[in-house]
Design a protein around this ligand. Sequence first.
Ligand code: AMP
Length: 183
Amino acid sequence: MDGARLSSDELKALVRTVPDFPQPGIQFRDITTLIGHSSGLASSVAHLADLARAGGAQKIAGMEARGFIFGAAVAVQLGIGFLPVRKPGKLPIEAMGIDYDLEYGTDRLEVDPGAIDELEDVVIVDDLIATGGTALATVHLLRQAGAIVDQALFVIDLPDLGGAQKLREAGVEVRALMQFDGE
Ligand code: AMP
């Protein structure tokens, strides 16, 4: 990486907060400004890669779409494979999927089961954990596919929404580069 690695506090200052998006009352933590900065993306990836390496990652899984940005870059840094966790109907093969509840309605995530080796240590990477619904569904899906999933990494944690705690209760160690309290 060219130049000094930015600290967590410096990275946090690069996140743009947009009130009332996508609906009233939500403080949207926008990483567009972080990844657009000359060393914001590289520094975030370097921090995440250190954590994934220490956790013994054999593969990185990232969730569509922002998890692809960070997760794929972490996989490159570690010289390991990347597994895209996709929205439904995107994979051209018979996918393995999981339905999960949203605040209103349900959603679904899918993976290529052939892309996961039995007992492979897969570390999850995403931009942000809020309620944890997406990450928890990913944990269950990857475990069903045969992976060992005991670590999840995020750029941003919103601890008051309880997602990180839910993951810990499911036996997953959760680390984030920064957190925003109160949301
Ligand atoms: P959740 O399943 O509630 O943990 O949220 C899953 C995804 O929704 C995250 O990966 C984020 O991309 C997005 N998200 C949820 N809340 C926010 C927020 N306040 N700001 C930005 N993105 C969010």
